[in-house]
Design a protein around this ligand. Structure first.
Ligand SMILES: Nc1ncnc2c1ncn2[C@@H]1O[C@H](COP(=O)(O)OP(=O)(O)OP(=O)(O)O)[C@@H](O)[C@H]1O
Length: 307
């Protein structure tokens, strides 16, 4: 394995998977040692800590990172990689040991869910490089936020903000959060600009996808390809509560995009301007990143991972 000559930096989010990462760490550590990985490891201490840990690791010449956690931990690792200037982002390689709740990103790339197979995948050393999305929120002078899976505004972010309460339910937490959220969420007016087209509608949610799955296995965009330099966009308009409940199965099998109230597009950039309700949450990879409209642009082939 070429990786034997590499120094690895392992980041463990002890809260991921409702505490499973912490419990499983001794087993993971032993397997990494058995495979001959030379590594240093750190447990995150607070939400978002991985961003800083990655920046420091790259500053200390680590170019191989292993994520032990879920989609939120990986999102923070991606943000650490994308926000540093020392090394071209695609030259930092990330291995994933998925111990989250939803584990949505790994499903697109068929990265194994079991610890042993995930470690073997990293050990084999095959890599791929996918596109990354860059978000600039419109309502504050915020630093850019990067995403590797899917970002959105509206109902999906509303659910993402509530779902942590139900994480003890595992992947079902997202479905449960969505059903509960249906009764209190208010649809919103927005102008969506994609290339020279403008879409002005009342919306349930607007999704900007790179990979296939979100919300614990839901498929809300039509045909995302993380390698084609384009976002897969879904604008879900004024669907009623009854229509959503009737279509619950279609949220998971991808057929929701064929509903006549869902517009699907492919583009390298999108602007979402809210007409009212500027306090609406926005999410990236399931993490709440702030509120209000945003501009998203694609950065082709920017993130390299073991698969
Ligand atoms: N030490 C910590 N204490 C509290 N929160 C933390 C800590 N370290 C990381 N976090 C936060 O925990 C959140 C959830 O992590 P993560 O997404 O990896 O697990 P999960 O929610 O179980 O999985 P998934 O996103 O796949 O459903 C992230 O927002 C991350 O910033």
């Amino acid at each position: 394995m070429s990786s034997l000559s590499k120094k690895w930096f392992v980041i463990i989010n002890p809260t991921s998977g409702n505490g499973k990462s912490k419990k499983k760490w001794p087993e993971i550590k032993q397997l990494l040692e058995l495979h001959g990985f030379e590594f240093e490891f750190v447990f995150t201490e607070y939400s978002g800590h991985s961003v800083l840990l990655v920046q420091e690791a790259i500053d200390n010449n680590f170019m191989n990172i292993i994520c032990v956690g879920g989609d939120g931990t990986l999102h923070n690792i991606v943000n650490g990689i994308m926000s540093q200037n020392k090394i071209l982002s695609k030259n930092i390689h990330v291995g994933m040991i998925p111990i989250g709740t939803g584990n949505d990103w790994v499903k697109t790339h068929h990265i194994p869910m079991t610890i042993k197979s995930a470690i073997e995948t990293i050990f084999k050393g095959n890599i791929l490089t996918q596109d990354i999305g860059k978000i600039e929120l419109l309502n504050k002078n915020s630093i850019p936020v990067y995403f590797n899976n899917l970002a959105g505004i509206g109902f999906d972010a509303y659910v993402a903000n509530k779902v942590h309460k139900y994480k003890y339910l595992g992947p079902l937490a997202y479905l449960f959060g969505a059903i509960i959220g249906l009764f209190s969420f208010k649809k919103f007016n927005a102008i969506v600009s994609v290339e020279s087209h403008k879409y002005s509608n009342k919306n349930l949610m607007i999704l900007v996808g790179l990979c296939k799955y979100s919300g614990g296995g839901m498929r809300l965009t039509q045909n995302p390809d993380p390698f084609d330099g384009l976002f897969d966009i879904s604008i879900a308009q004024n669907l009623s509560k009854i229509e959503i409940i009737k279509n619950l199965g279609r949220l998971f099998n991808g057929k929701i995009v064929f509903n006549k109230k869902v517009t699907t597009l492919k583009a390298a950039a999108i602007d979402i301007e809210l007409i009212e309700n500027g306090a609406l949450f926005a999410q990236a990879d399931g993490e709440i990143i702030g509120s209000g409209g945003f501009k998203a642009t694609i950065i082709p082939k920017a993130f390299t991972f073991y698969c």
